[in-house]
Design a binder for this molecule. Structure first.
Ligand code: CS2
Length: 471
């Protein structure tokens, strides 16, 4: 088998059974600047833009920006931006080679390229997946500086779509830009408000970080080396607010299967609390019990039942999405996808930034109706146990989290001073919000489950919770 790399010159060697970009890549300037070039964007939005390009609309080529790391950008450059995606689910496996990525930059070392791209007349959209912790003044400053150049060049405004797992992500991004702008930027802000659109959006597709296994599978399928190959599921969803600089984009996206609506909120909250909320609970349980992947967690009957009840009893009553039961059942199926190999440690990464969106709204909803919140209290107890950085078999792992140090400092004494530890952990307003930190009932239940977790272990405690049939 060939050791040649996937690139434009070798593209014709890809077996004809695999869909490749029919358009000639890079023939025009990119129309989309994407900030946060990770796995997710390349297996989600880039596939929508690829479809538009295949239909002959050349305005959707992507300029992908890695925010700090040059590694992936360099690999993609060596492949002329081409990479393969394996889409696998109950209906089988399918590979596709994507060609929508026309240019790449690294924001920290090639800032001017990024600013120039924001100002370029061909650019129509900016999309962002910079993760929850990426919403910093330095991100806002990058956008402000680029938009200043664009304004000075007299070009039209941009549709700037945040696609991170944050409730009201478009509003959050716009507010961050306002909060960061200097007083002398007043005129620029007025132009941004009048001419740029910040639609909120909910994006959904499970895309594990790339692994050596998927690179090996890509080599088998393509007959070429692809260091940038990704694996994902069949399911994808993109729900975006109908708020675009060019109103014509709504119909184009809708034709590709994107849901364009004024009701993004109900999709966002369901996704954050059902999918991401369950993901965080399972990831932390998996990390502490020594289960490597989400499929291993959902494959254990007691954990699957726990997640089912967490969603049905504690999340669903507070959602405005009415088809939540179908969504829940589909999620349980998706979590079990044997092809995904979605690492629990990947999802547990940045838990301090993720949990605040994912759990407290459901707990507060349950409290407001005097309903049970035992499953979330158990999840919080597992989160505290996770900060010990050692699983139940004694194997150590590291916490990859901007708050790792402070969390580990709180969790370190949980075996000897459990009550003080739980109290200090639940006093963290950044994790639980202003209301939950004052709740004695929350403190009491998390302490209770934490005690069980330390003495009986996670599996036995989850089984006990299932037996108790809390509702
Ligand atoms: C996961 C998400 O890593 C995580 O925190 O919960 O990346 C999840 O896979 C996606 O949001 C699915 O759309």
């Amino acid at each position: 088998m060939s050791d040649q790399k996937l690139c434009r010159a070798t593209l014709p060697q890809v077996p004809t059974s695999i869909q490749t970009p029919a358009y000639s890549p890079q023939a025009s300037a990119p129309g989309v600047l994407h900030l946060g070039l990770g796995a997710f964007h390349r297996a989600h939005q880039a596939m929508v833009f690829d479809q538009l390009l295949r239909e002959g609309d050349r305005r959707w080529g992507i300029h992908g920006v890695g925010m700090t790391q040059a590694g992936l950008v360099n690999k993609l450059r060596a492949q002329d931006g081409l990479y393969a995606v394996r889409i696998a689910g109950a209906t089988g496996i399918q590979w596709q080679v994507l060609g929508a990525l026309w240019q790449t930059s690294v924001a920290t070392t090639e800032r001017q390229h990024v600013l120039d791209a924001m100002a370029a007349s061909s650019t129509r959209w900016i999309t962002l997946t910079v993760t929850e912790k990426g919403y910093t003044p330095s991100l806002a400053q990058l956008l402000i500086d680029g938009l200043r150049l664009r304004h000075a060049a007299g070009n039209a405004g941009l549709t700037i779509a945040s696609c991170d797992n944050l409730q009201g992500n478009g509003h959050a991004l716009k507010a961050l830009i306002h909060a960061t702008a200097a007083p002398q930027d007043d005129q620029l802000l007025a132009w941004i408000d009048a001419h740029c659109a910040f639609p909120c959006s909910m994006v959904d597709r499970i895309v594990p970080a790339a692994t050596a296994d998927i690179a090996a599978a890509a080599k088998d399928a393509l007959g070429l080396e692809d260091e940038c190959a990704l694996s994902t599921e069949t399911f994808w969803e993109w729900v975006i607010e109908d708020n675009f600089v060019d109103p014509g984009d709504a119909a184009l996206l809708a034709r590709c299967g994107v849901r364009v609506t004024s009701q993004v909120h109900s999709y966002e909250e369901a996704k954050l609390r059902m999918l991401n909320g369950s993901h965080s609970a399972m990831a932390l349980m998996g990390a502490v019990t020594g289960r490597a992947h989400i499929a291993d967690c959902i494959g254990a009957d007691h954990i699957r039942e726990f997640v089912y009840r967490l969603m049905s009893q504690e999340v669903a009553p507070h959602l405005s999405r009415t088809d939540w039961a179908d969504y829940r059942d589909a999620l349980i199926q998706r979590f079990g996808n044997p092809y995904l190999k979605h690492s629990v440690h990947q999802i547990a990464t940045d838990s301090s930034q993720k949990v605040p969106q994912r759990w407290p709204p459901s707990v507060l909803g349950q409290m407001a109706t005097s309903a049970c919140f035992e499953h979330h209290a158990m999840a919080a107890a597992v989160f505290l146990r996770y900060t010990l950085a050692k699983d139940e078999q004694g194997k150590t792992y590291s916490l990859n989290d901007p708050q790792a140090e402070s969390l580990m400092a709180i969790g370190a004494k949980q075996a000897t001073e459990p009550h003080e530890c739980v109290r200090a952990f639940l006093a963290r307003e950044d994790l639980w919000g202003a209301e939950l930190v004052t709740s004695e009932a929350w403190l009491e239940r998390v302490s209770h489950w934490h005690d069980q977790v330390l003495h009986q272990g996670i599996d036995a405690t989850v089984k006990y919770i299932i037996q108790q049939n809390f509702s």
